[in-house]
Ligand binder design. Structure first.
Ligand SMILES: Cc1cc2nc3c(=O)[nH]c(=O)nc-3n(C[C@H](O)[C@H](O)[C@H](O)COP(=O)(O)OP(=O)(O)OC[C@H]3O[C@@H](n4cnc5c(N)ncnc54)[C@H](O)[C@@H]3O)c2cc1C
Ligand SMILES: *[C@@H]1O[C@H](CO)[C@@H](O)[C@H](O)[C@H]1NC(C)=O
Ligand SMILES: *[C@@H]1O[C@H](CO)[C@@H](O)[C@H](O)[C@H]1NC(C)=O
Ligand SMILES: *[C@@H]1O[C@H](CO)[C@@H](O)[C@H](O)[C@H]1NC(C)=O
Ligand SMILES: *[C@@H]1O[C@H](CO)[C@@H](O)[C@H](O)[C@H]1NC(C)=O
Ligand SMILES: *[C@@H]1O[C@H](CO)[C@@H](O)[C@H](O)[C@H]1NC(C)=O
Ligand SMILES: *[C@@H]1O[C@H](CO)[C@@H](O)[C@H](O)[C@H]1NC(C)=O
Ligand SMILES: *[C@@H]1O[C@H](CO)[C@@H](O)[C@H](O)[C@H]1NC(C)=O
Ligand SMILES: *[C@@H]1O[C@H](CO)[C@@H](O)[C@H](O)[C@H]1NC(C)=O
Ligand SMILES: *[C@@H]1O[C@H](CO)[C@@H](O)[C@H](O)[C@H]1NC(C)=O
Ligand SMILES: *[C@@H]1O[C@H](CO)[C@@H](O)[C@H](O)[C@H]1NC(C)=O
Length: 569
């Protein structure tokens, strides 16, 4: 019975072919789109009303969204928590837009004086507000039955717009907010003495919620850092790897999972860990979001809360070339910062620089001793027009530090693309000159989130790109543009990103990039994002996603699809 059902579903998917005979998925504007009675049937199987996502700014266009509140859009559109709370809203609004081949942009801009009507762009048109694995099973079965283009959306923070697609059906995981702490967690299928001090997060939990919850138990965990804590704690972040300022101490997100639950395209709901479905469990830890199934929860290890030492460095320069020399030297010294136990974030332009690093459980004396070399080096540059300041302080707990630095929502909601690289120990020790120039010229930011424990873990223990084990920092160049920019200028921005990527590759041919923080234009992305694990990940994807429902840009298996990821090639 089960096998028969699976066979007829595959047959249904093969039946949908494009005029050229290619195997295509069904999108909103086509005659294959399900009827309203099909959708009523789906409605009968899920716990919440079906959702009809709209672009963020639709509220400013009464024709598109008569009940919308434009004041709220104008007030909140830079707030990542607010954006993540809506199924049609992406962190970077460019991923809500769609550019036709002729250059026309279908978009909905919050700037109404541009005089452009509000279009749906790449925002999915209908979907399921999932609250349980059963809701997701119903949604997945429906999508497979009707051969729909499906996307999974959690916070919409993806830097490649993987949580949106034009004319798609969406599974929205945002409201799966369950959090359960268990100091004696036993994975399913494990011997009863295999216990973990662990926290289980539903797929929609965001980092600020996870941190608040675990702090109440006097504990902390490896997680992401962003203004407002808006990144999803159990979606794309962990599936892509999950970096953290605590990673150099405890390993990356993927190194801290003990169990996951997932719904497959077959509708099966699996609990995966080291004892069951260990191949899928391996792939889900770093093999990429939106590729193998829909994660419904993640169980993470937790650690006793520790104090952290904090080092804040700032500098201003009157000379761009003096700044460049300082930046180059700072990159070179990242290995030492890392080996001394530091982790954190920084950013530089041609006239200013700042970075702030933390070290768990480090005394102030040790913090001073390990940073004095850099502080002195910078101070000695006063004669070259560089003024700098350094501050060392202690926070009573990691959570206190996080709250101080990240609790305000910040400024997001910009149209953006990025080029990035994981810089290895070898590059930073021996080949740092050329790559430092590329990143200095783009006004780079960097994340010191690898090295330490990340380097000590067996690269083959999880699906994640082994290159993470050699990395020390991730460096990034971000390209931004305002709403209303014509498509020709956007294409110029794309060319800028492409030439940055080329320069980065030329300077560091043996390094890699992080699947979650990169662009749609990565060179040889299978190698760059997954390295030697690609073939194994593809085999596991084919095994667990027989209906080929889960396809995302530059994700495992996506090379078999067209650019729109709607037709197999
Ligand atoms: C402001 C900001 C700060 C960031 N900080 C960090 C950081 O500190 N560390 C770090 O490692 N990364 C960081 N990132 C990158 C982040 O990891 C990615 O943006 C990631 O894709 C976010 O995942 P999400 O689930 O929140 O977002 P979404 O855009 O909703 O999802 C991302 C991808 O995962 C898929 N997906 C989401 N949920 C599921 C699910 N339940 N099952 C299957 N697939 C799913 C989506 O389909 C999509 O392909 C940051 C990003 C931003 C915008
Ligand atoms: C619209 O949003 C603004 C800002 O968030 C709020 O103050 C106002 O009460 C809202 N208006 C309505 C009608 O909900
Ligand atoms: C571009 O193509 C789209 C989709 O076919 C169409 O709606 C639009 O009118 C075209 N624009 C121009 C300027 O031809
Ligand atoms: C909105 O667009 C108009 C017209 O291009 C422009 O003059 C104005 O600066 C824009 N406003 C904002 C807030 O970007
Ligand atoms: C969430 O937690 C509650 C209480 O522990 C439980 O009853 C419910 O089944 C959980 N929901 C999901 C989707 O796991
Ligand atoms: C669990 O018990 C078994 C058998 O007594 C033992 O071999 C194993 O080492 C124990 N494992 C842990 C994690 O304590
Ligand atoms: C510094 O960068 C700004 C823009 O980021 C640019 O306009 C300026 O020319 C640069 N200055 C030097 C000296 O390179
Ligand atoms: C923190 O430092 C103290 C004092 O050096 C040490 O005793 C303790 O073991 C450390 N804790 C951890 C978890 O590293
Ligand atoms: C480190 O300690 C020395 C000697 O006490 C002091 O002069 C210096 O200011 C300290 N550095 C920082 C960054 O606090
Ligand atoms: C750098 O410049 C900024 C802005 O002018 C100023 O706030 C900051 O104090 C300066 N920092 C240093 C170390 O000179
Ligand atoms: C890249 O790796 C190859 C093979 O290991 C080596 O020959 C080459 O020198 C490396 N290139 C750089 C720039 O490190």
């Amino acid at each position: 019975m089960k096998a028969l059902a699976a066979f007829s579903l595959i047959a249904a998917r093969l039946a949908a072919t494009s005029p050229t005979g290619a195997e295509c998925l069904c999108t909103y504007d086509e005659t294959c789109w399900p009827s309203s009675s099909d959708f009523s049937q789906l409605q009968g199987q899920v716990s919440q009303p079906l959702i009809y996502p709209l672009p963020t700014a639709s509220a400013c266009y009464p024709v598109s969204n008569p009940s919308g509140n434009c004041t709220a859009v104008l007030e909140n559109s830079a707030d990542p928590i607010w954006r993540a709370s809506m199924p049609g809203s992406m962190e970077a609004p460019n991923f809500e837009t769609f550019i036709f081949k002729n250059g026309t942009i279908d978009a909905c801009y919050s700037n109404t004086t541009l005089g452009i009507p509000c279009g749906q762009g790449s925002v999915p048109v209908i979907g399921v507000d999932a609250r349980s694995p059963e809701d997701i099973q119903a949604a997945v079965n429906f999508a497979v039955n009707h051969n729909l283009k499906l996307v999974v959306k959690n916070t919409g923070h993806d830097f490649m717009g993987r949580s949106a697609a034009r004319g798609a059906f969406v599974v929205w995981t945002h409201n799966m907010k369950n959090i359960t702490y268990n100091s004696q967690f036993v994975p399913q299928g494990a011997p009863s003495n295999e216990t973990y001090d662990a926290i289980t997060l539903g797929a929609g939990v965001q980092w600020h919620e996870a941190y608040d919850a675990i702090n109440r138990y006097g504990r902390m965990m490896v997680g992401g850092a962003s203004d407002g804590g808006s990144v999803g704690a159990a979606g794309g972040w962990i599936l892509g790897g999950g970096h953290s300022a605590l990673a150099p101490t405890y390993g990356l997100g993927v190194d801290n999972v003990v169990e996951m639950t997932v719904v497959l395209s077959t509708g099966e709901y699996l609990t995966v860990n080291d004892h069951q479905y260990s191949d899928l469990y391996w792939a889900l830890r770093g093999g990429g979001g939106g590729t193998y199934g829909i994660l419904t929860s993640v169980t993470y290890r937790t650690y006793p809360s520790l104090p952290v030492a904090f080092y804040l460095f700032e500098a201003n320069a009157t000379s761009s070339s003096a700044m460049q020399d300082m930046f180059t030297e700072l990159m070179h010294r990242q290995v030492q910062f890392s080996d001394d136990g530091w982790a954190g974030y920084g950013s530089s332009t041609n006239s200013s620089m700042y970075f702030f690093y933390i070290a768990p459980n480090m005394s102030t004396a040790q913090a001073n001793a390990t940073t004095q070399g850099w502080t002195d080096y910078a101070q000695a540059l006063t004669s070259q027009g560089i003024s700098s300041s350094a501050l060392i302080t202690q926070f009573a707990s990691w959570y206190d530090w996080y709250t101080e630095v990240y609790s305000s929502p910040g400024q997001n909601g910009m149209n953006r693309m990025m080029a990035s690289r994981l810089l290895s120990r070898d590059t930073l020790e021996n080949g740092y000159q050329d790559i430092s120039k590329v990143f200095f010229d783009c006004g780079a930011s960097w994340n010191l989130v690898a090295g330490g424990k990340v380097s000590e873990i067996d690269p083959d223990s999880v699906g994640l790109n082994p290159a993470w084990r050699d990395a020390i920092i991730e460096a990034l160049c971000v390209v931004q543009w305002p709403d209303g920019t014509p498509s020709q200028e956007i294409h110029e921005k794309v060319d800028e990103v492409k030439s940055l990527i080329k320069a980065i590759h030329d300077a560091t041919p043996n390094d890699s990039a992080y699947f979650n923080e990169a662009s749609l234009f990565e060179v040889d992305w299978q190698q760059t994002f997954f390295g030697s694990h690609y073939a194994a990940l593809k085999t596991i994807k084919d095994k667990y996603d027989p209906h080929r429902l889960f396809i995302v840009a530059e994700g495992v298996g996506s090379e078999d699809w067209n650019t729109e990821l709607t037709c197999r090639i």
